[in-house]
Design a protein around this ligand. Structure first.
Ligand SMILES: Cc1cc2nc3c(=O)[nH]c(=O)nc-3n(C[C@H](O)[C@H](O)[C@H](O)COP(=O)(O)O)c2cc1C
Length: 413
C-alpha cells in the first residue's frame, strides 16, 4: 500500500501514531480507506459499501430514526478533532478546477449540502469533512419549536424520493448561534437558512426573520430567507412580491446593523410550484434589492408521475416531495431565473441532483453552485465528493480550466 505521506505530506508518522493511539479502531479503518483513497476507485467502492451494507441497515429503521442515528455519528465525528481533520484532508477534493468564487466567498468545490439535514447546525464540520464545498444549516427559526407530529418523513425508494412535513423542527436561533460560536476554528463555509416561527402570523413575519438574522448574522458566511417550505401553514404566501420586498429589506437592514463593515450575502430560496410569472417577478425583485443569490428549488407539493403506487403515496399524506421527481421542474425554474437575471444574481441549483451529469447540466444552465439532499440518503455521504470530482473531469474534457467557466454556457443569450 502507498504510504500516507504520498497523498498528504502534512499527515506525518507522529500524527498517525497519535490518531492510532486516540482512536485505534477508527484510525485503522481510516488509514486503510485513506490509503485506498489515493486510488481513483475509492469513492465508488465506498458507494458499493454504503448501498450494500449501510443503507439496508438504515432503511430497516423508520426514516427519522435513521436520520437521528446518522446525526449522532456525525456529531461524534465533529467532536473528534484529529479524525475530523484527517477525514477532511482525505475527502474534500483539492482541485483548482473546482474552486468557485461567488458573492465574495471562495468555495473549495461548488457542491454543497442543502438545508434541512443539519437543522440545528450540530454537524456542519462533519459534513464539510466528507467533501461538501459548503453546508447550509437550518431552517432555523427565531423560537425553538418541535415541528409537526411524527411520522413526518417517508421514503419512496422506487422514485429515489422522500416526502417530508418536518415543519421546521429546531432549537431556535439563539441555541444555533451559541453552537456555531463554540467552534472556534471553522473550516466549512456556512450558509444559514432562516424560516418563520410557526406561531407567528405572516403579518409579523418580518420581525420574526429579523430576530433570527440579528442572532445568526455574526456566524454566517451567507444567509438564506426561506419562504418556500410547504410545511409551515401560509409560509409560501410570503413569496408574493409585496410581502417579500418588506421581508427582504428588513433582513438586509438587520444583517448590516448586526455586522457593520461586512456585507453578508443574502439569498432567497423559492418553491418549484410557483407560476412562471411569479418566478419572473421574484427574479426582478432580486435584481431590484441586489440580492446576492436565489436558490432553486425547495420541495414540491405535486405528486405527478411517481412510480410508487398511488395508495402508498397517499398514505404518506401532505408534505414536500424531493429527489428525482423534482429534477425536471427544478431545472426549468433555474433556466427561467437565468434568462431573467443573467449574471446579476448568483443561482444555486437544488432539486433532484443525483449525479455529476445532473450537476454539470445545472452549471451549464446557469447555476454557480449546486446542493444535494435526497440523493445522499440513497447514495451515501461520499456523493458530494464523487459529484465534485466528476464535475472537474467534465470541465477539463470540455476544455475549461475551471468549472466556473462553464456557468450558463447553455443559457439562452
Ligand atoms: C427531510 C427534508 C427536510 C428539509 N428541510 C428543509 C428545510 O428545513 N429548509 C429548506 O430550505 N429546505 C429543506 N428541505 C429541502 C431541501 O433543502 C431541497 O431544497 C429539496 O429537498 C430538493 O433537493 P433534493 O431533491 O436534492 O432533496 C428539506 C428536504 C428534505 C428531504
Amino acid at each position: 500500500m502507498a504510504p500516507l505521506t504520498i497523498c498528504h505530506p502534512f499527515i506525518d508518522s507522529s500524527a498517525r501514531a497519535l490518531l492510532r493511539s486516540s482512536y485505534p479502531l477508527s484510525a485503522s479503518f481510516f488509514f486503510a480507506s485513506h490509503e485506498a483513497s489515493c486510488a481513483p476507485r475509492f469513492a465508488s467502492r465506498c458507494s458499493v459499501i454504503y448501498r450494500s451494507i449501510v443503507r439496508p441497515i438504515l432503511f430497516a429503521l423508520p426514516p427519522e430514526t435513521a436520520h437521528s442515528v446518522t446525526m449522532t455519528a456525525l456529531r461524534a465525528l465533529q467532536h473528534a478533532t484529529p479524525l475530523l481533520r484527517l477525514t477532511r484532508a482525505s475527502l474534500l477534493p483539492h482541485d483548482p478546477a473546482l474552486v468557485v468564487n461567488a458573492f465574495g466567498l471562495t468555495f473549495p468545490t461548488p457542491v454543497g449540502l442543502a438545508a434541512g439535514l443539519d437543522k440545528d447546525a450540530a454537524a456542519f464540520e462533519a459534513f464539510g469533512s466528507f467533501g461538501f464545498g459548503f453546508v447550509e444549516v437550518g431552517t432555523i427559526t427565531a423560537e425553538a419549536q418541535p415541528g409537526n407530529p411524527r411520522p413526518r418523513l417517508f421514503r419512496l425508494p422506487a422514485d429515489r424520493a422522500l416526502i417530508n412535513r418536518m415543519g421546521f423542527n429546531n432549537r431556535g436561533a439563539a441555541a444555533a448561534a451559541e453552537r456555531i460560536a463554540r467552534r472556534r476554528s471553522r473550516q466549512t463555509l456556512l450558509g444559514i437558512n432562516m424560516g418563520k416561527t410557526k406561531r407567528i402570523p405572516n403579518e409579523a413575519a418580518a420581525d420574526d426573520y429579523a430576530a433570527s438574522a440579528r442572532l445568526l448574522a455574526p456566524h454566517a458566511d451567507y444567509v438564506v430567507v426561506n419562504v418556500s417550505s410547504p410545511n409551515t401553514p401560509g409560509l409560501r404566501d410570503l413569496q408574493q412580491v409585496s410581502e417579500l420586498r418588506k421581508l427582504l429589506i428588513g433582513v438586509r437592514r438587520t444583517l448590516d446593523a448586526a455586522c457593520p463593515g461586512r456585507r453578508i450575502p443574502l439569498l432567497l430560496k423559492i418553491a418549484p410550484d410557483l407560476a412562471d410569472a411569479d418566478i419572473d417577478a421574484i427574479a426582478d425583485l432580486a435584481i431590484e434589492l441586489q440580492l446576492e443569490g436565489l436558490i432553486a428549488t425547495n420541495t414540491t407539493i405535486k405528486r405527478d408521475g411517481l412510480a410508487t403506487d398511488a395508495a402508498s403515496v397517499a398514505a404518506c399524506g401532505n408534505g414536500g416531495l424531493s429527489g428525482a421527481p423534482v429534477k425536471s421542474r427544478a431545472l426549468d425554474v433555474l433556466r427561467r431565473l437565468r434568462t431573467r437575471v443573467g449574471t446579476r444574481v448568483a443561482l444555486i441549483a437544488v432539486g433532484g441532483i443525483e449525479t455529476a451529469d445532473d450537476a454539470w447540466e445545472r452549471i451549464r444552465a446557469g447555476a454557480t453552485l449546486v446542493q444535494l439532499y435526497t440523493a445522499l440518503i440513497y447514495d451515501g455521504p461520499l456523493l458530494a465528493r464523487r459529484i465534485a470530482l466528476g464535475l472537474a473531469q467534465r470541465a477539463r474534457a470540455a476544455g475549461f480550466a475551471n468549472v466556473a467557466d462553464a456557468i450558463g454556457i447553455d443559457a439562452a443569450r
